[in-house]
Design a protein around this ligand. Structure first.
Ligand code: SF4
Length: 369
């Protein structure tokens, strides 16, 4: 089995800003307790997600009033599969993931990627040239270049001011494939450096501080623990929470758990094996299905209903979303129980959407990386 690590933009940015800060969070698994601002940001995101799905909004809540100021910047009639999407892709020895607030095919090989940002003041908003090199934007764009066959990505970051009079402002930038490739090099370098530290079983106490970063985005949430030279929660018990026991599963404990399954709580559903297979003694499966076999009737249905000679002719990148939607329907009509093992690969030819749909529907996911 390989030992790939999964990285988010948050982790990469934290590592690049201050290694000590990164170590508090990713080696000692201490997270800041959610602040009121974070909770309000989540509430605004929920309102906006609901608006993109239903085209409706309530104005009688604080979050509704804040969210309503940015509606003029949002695209209309989005494919529901293009809203709040968990994306991931593999480069070299690493996997990158993130949650895209919304994305949209603008035609040809141009894709729009949008993100909602709440802020207390617009002074913290990125400038267009900063957005172009922003880690989160480049991870999202890289996904579109790889999984949607994009050659250009339009970035649309919408900032919602939560203090004073609610107002929204739009920051836009465009990325070509070549620009994005260049921008991705420091991200990859940071991922390599993190992987090396994890392989060496580095300790948080040995990581260097960057004192110039302590107040860059307000006071660092680890300030008290950092100042007292301790990673103990006692240093600031009300502000830090333990995510989970650090590295309890060895190296792979660094890999975040798969996203919570909101749509399926059926523990009796099939088991999904990604880049691995059940061991002879590891499960009593009545049938083992290769992903290609599972997808056969779905692809035939797409070809028939969409009058296509081949599902890949649905348009640049569109076949991926189509398969995910048809697969969801297929699994509703043909539920596989936990006596079924489905064998897949992180690099399915049909893309991440298929894997994400399967992951959400599975009763158990076993990863071989
Ligand atoms: S307080 Fe400063 S030095 Fe310490 S972890 Fe935070 S940013 Fe780094």
């Amino acid at each position: 089995m390989s030992n790939k690590q999964i990285f988010s933009a948050t982790e990469i940015d934290s590592f690049l800003l201050c290694r000590k800060k990164w170590a508090f969070s990713y080696l000692d698994n201490l997270d800041p307790a959610p602040s009121k601002a974070t909770e309000l940001g989540s509430a605004v995101h929920k309102v906006l997600e609901n608006y993109l799905r239903t085209n409706s909004i309530t104005y009688d809540t604080t979050e509704g009033r804040i969210a309503s100021t940015g509606l003029k910047f949002l695209p209309e009639n989005l494919d529901p599969a293009h809203i709040e999407r968990h994306i991931f892709f593999s480069i070299e020895a690493h996997i990158f993931h993130g949650f895209i607030d919304f994305f949209h095919h603008l035609g040809s090989q141009i894709w729009l990627i949008g993100d909602h940002k709440t802020c207390s003041s617009f002074s913290s908003a990125l400038k267009p040239d900063e957005l172009k090199t922003n880690t989160q934007a480049n991870i999202y764009a890289q996904w579109a270049f790889r999984e949607r066959n994009a050659d250009t990505v339009q970035l649309k970051w919408i900032y919602y001011r939560t203090k004073s009079t609610p107002e929204a402002r739009l920051v836009e930038a465009s990325l070509t494939k070549d620009e994005a490739l260049e921008n991705f090099q420091p991200i990859l370098q940071a991922a390599n450096d993190i992987k090396k530290l994890l392989d060496e079983k580095a300790l948080a106490k040995d990581q260097p501080k960057n004192l110039s970063a302590c107040f860059k985005y307000g006071r660092c949430p680890y300030y008290a623990a950092c100042k007292h030279g301790s990673t103990e929660t006692q240093a600031n018990p009300s502000k830090l929470i333990v995510k989970k026991a650090a590295h309890e599963d060895g190296d792979n404990a660094h890999i975040p758990a798969p996203p919570p399954d909101k749509s399926n709580t059926n523990q009796e559903a099939f088991h999904l094996f990604i880049d691995c297979a059940p061991t002879k003694t590891g499960g009593d499966y009545q049938q083992t299905i290769e992903l290609s076999e599972l997808l056969k009737p779905i692809l035939t249905k797409i070809n028939t209903e969409k009058e296509l000679k081949h599902y890949r002719l649905a348009g640049y990148g569109q076949h991926v979303g189509l398969i995910a939607n048809y697969l969801t329907e297929h699994l509703k009509i043909n539920p596989y129980d936990n006596r079924t093992a489905v064998l897949s690969s992180l690099r399915t030819p049909e893309g991440c959407d298929t894997l994400q749909t399967l992951t959400a529907a599975a009763g158990k996911v076993v990863r071989g990386f």
